[in-house]
Design a protein around this ligand. Sequence first.
Ligand SMILES: [Mn+2]
Length: 292
Amino acid sequence: MARHFALLEAAVSCGSPTRGTEFAYDALVGTGLPALLGGAACYPMEKLPPCTQYPPHLLHLDTVMAVSRALRANLLTALEGGQFPVVIGGDHSIAMGSLAALGEFYGAENLAVVYIDAHADINTEQTSVTGCIHGMDLAAACGLCCDALTVGRQKVNLLGHNLYILGGRSIDPPEYGILAEQGAHLYTPEQLAGDGLEGALSQLLPALAGKRVHISFDVDSLDPSQFSSTGYLLPNGLTLAQVRAILEAVLGTGQVCSFECVEYNPSLDREGKDLAALLDLFRLARDTLAGT
Ligand SMILES: [Mn+2]
């Protein structure tokens, strides 16, 4: 099936403790991602300065929400135009915007999320120790947070039992409870090692049947020895080969309706090695989707 891709910028880093991810879209566009995606329609975004007034447990709230709201609107435009969205963050708070659009467009009950990340990002503003909103996006999408973290028309855009976190290895104690209550599925890198990946995919793929699937790929899922241009360097991560295998398997189902990549910081990528690795993954995604 011929797909028309939409490439959407989600320029925010103040949902996280470090700056720089708001330039990931520029780096990827500058290196030819729109052409790689067959002449993708581009949806750039204004880069807002981090707001200086906010509640103590919701850092830079207004800026973070403005970006997610703008992303939701652009994503709905892309979906209504029949385009396949590829979202470039930004920190992971932008998943609130993606999931608001996807949950509204497809209906929360029809949406599954494959979340490739070192973190679970399912703290609420009550359980978060840092107040960084990039650790709350899944809780917000599941409707567990305060109204200030509601992006669009509806509060619940994802049902926890349709959430699959792959590569999670830095999870806060309260998050384990939330994951269990929500019925979400967690696969640690340890569980995905060796034959574990094949076993996990043999559970995951049938569970996705009948759903529209959003892939949210945080580069911090990768082991720092393979990819290091990001804010958190956590050992014992996934290999690029494992991420390729996951993407190939999930995209190969033909059910994937959107893809996002977050937390890449080009200012840490002095030689462009990680940019090249990302372009390889986008090439793989394009080619795999073309076969479905
Ligand atoms: Mn994340």
